[in-house]
Design a protein around this ligand. Structure first.
Ligand code: TRP
Length: 449
């Protein structure tokens, strides 16, 4: 039987970009930039993207395409020696997919709920007390928040059962262009507000006193999270790439487009935050408390708010597809399950694990580990430990074990592409810079030395 895969060039780009663009851009990036000093955080983030993110993304895509298999099988099949050790990358990846989805589907549920609420009722209010009440009642009611999470799981599960081309590719090809369109409309509106300049200054003038080892780890963790790397998502998607796809070029386009979406989200949010006198450091609730208050002051605010949460729901959905595909591809190929069964099993695991994250805002709110509730714990472990460790192993495997010759032949599509110079640059960074940076940042950020 022929293995499913992405069929067209645009489909490859849409699916991969659909994975990268998500709540990481629309929710995490603005609030983390807001909390950690604006432009200086952005700068560290940019460096991480170029020196760590891009090389690992290219590696994952090419390893997946060469093995044509799910993440666990890829890292078992490609090494000649120590197969069990390297396959830990894939095993850790499947675990990370579940952990990330556990809290991601919760936030995605809030986004879906806000789309619904914006259509059916007027939840905009210029008073942040009011908007924070609306948000509070959503997350503090166990059954309501669980309901939205289950709805999200249902939607994503349904698309995944349709497969890589008919499910993932077809959906992301429709959602991605709409997402860009809506975002541009909102940015234009935001930039024509009176205090747009303050918002821009906040995003683009650095304050280096805010940078320390923890902030660097957060910025690098965000780069991993936003580019969907370090846990086999890009490996799995790479396995659906066509053999004639230009991997370095595709990865660079995805990275740049992903960065643009983050910056546009920042441009959509911060000018408005300053114009209406809100705090840029509002934290994770920036999206759900500050945004509705801001849009309430804007003529036609309800329409802009609807566009905003719709585009956030598109972004979240594309990203969740790529996360869920990691365990589903593994269960199908290695455990010989049907796609439907594999999806149902993954969803069942997520109903249980996801509930611990969702309920950590109500019935489980006093359950804490290292002072973090389940929700924050899953986020911290995945972004700041599992993804960097996975990324480090991937860089070491691709750069040091797999071999220079394999890299050059596979990335040039067996010398049909004229991209030797680009591959040389990538290979140098991957081999000498990426692993050292990840290693140091990881140890320093976790205070291990
Ligand atoms: N990149 C997505 C976002 O920014 C989230 C995501 C999808 C992800 N697949 C991933 C994060 C794999 C880490 C690993 O929202």
């Amino acid at each position: 039987m022929q293995r499913d895969g992405f069929k067209t060039r645009f489909g490859i780009l849409a699916a991969t970009l659909g994975s990268a663009v998500g709540l990481g851009n629309i929710w995490k990036f603005p609030y983390m930039t807001g909390e950690n000093g604006g432009a200086s955080f952005l700068l560290v983030y940019l460096l991480s993207t170029f020196l760590v993110g891009l090389p690992i993304m290219i590696s994952e895509l090419v390893l997946g395409r060469t093995a044509k298999a799910n993440a666990i099988t890829t890292y078992y099949q490609l090494p000649k020696k120590n197969k069990n050790f390297w396959s830990l990358i894939g095993i850790g990846g499947v675990a990370a997919a579940f952990l990330i989805l556990a809290f991601y589907t919760d936030v995605a549920g809030w986004v879906y709920a806000y789309v619904y609420k914006t259509i059916t009722a007027n939840i905009l209010s210029t008073s942040p007390e009011e908007t924070s009440k609306t948000f509070g009642s959503l997350i503090s009611t166990p059954l309501t928040s669980l309901f939205w999470q289950w709805l999200v799981l249902g939607v994503v599960g349904l698309i995944i059962t349709m497969g890589a081309s008919k499910g993932i590719e077809r959906t992301t090809k429709k959602l991605m262009p709409l997402l860009f369109l809506f975002l541009v409309i909102i940015v234009v509106r935001s930039l024509t507000l009176p205090k747009a300049k303050e918002g821009l200054l906040f995003l683009f003038s650095p304050d280096f006193s805010k940078i320390n080892a923890q902030v660097v780890l957060l910025a690098m963790g965000l780069a991993f999270f936003k580019l969907s790397i370090g846990m086999g998502t890009m490996t799995t998607y790479g396995s659906y790439f066509r053999d004639d796809a230009n991997i370095p070029a595709t990865a660079t386009k995805v990275m740049l487009a992903d960065l643009s979406v983050s910056l546009l989200a920042g441009l959509a949010i911060f000018p408005a935050v300053f114009t209406y006198g809100y705090e840029p450091q509002a934290g994770p609730s920036l999206l759900f408390i500050t945004i509705p208050a801001i849009f309430a002051s804007l003529p036609g605010g309800r329409i802009f708010m609807l566009l905003f949460f719709l585009l956030a729901s598109f972004a979240a959905t594309g990203a969740m597809l790529s996360l869920l595909e990691v365990p589903v591809a593994y269960f199908c190929e290695s455990k010989k399950m049907s796609r439907t069964k594999a999806t149902l099993l993954s969803i069942a695991i997520l109903v249980v694990l996801g509930a611990t994250a969702t309920l950590s805002f109500n019935v489980l709110k006093d359950v804490k580990f290292f002072n973090l509730n389940f929700f924050d714990l899953y986020d911290f472990i995945s972004s700041n430990i599992l993804l960097p460790v996975g990324g480090l192993l991937i860089a070491l495997f691709a750069g040091w074990t797999w071999g220079k010759e394999k890299i050059f032949t596979t990335l040039s599509n067996y010398n049909t592409l004229n991209n030797q110079k680009i591959i040389s640059l990538y290979y140098f960074v991957l081999k000498y810079i990426t692993p050292i940076l990840v290693f140091i940042i990881l140890l320093k950020g976790l205070k291990l030395f």
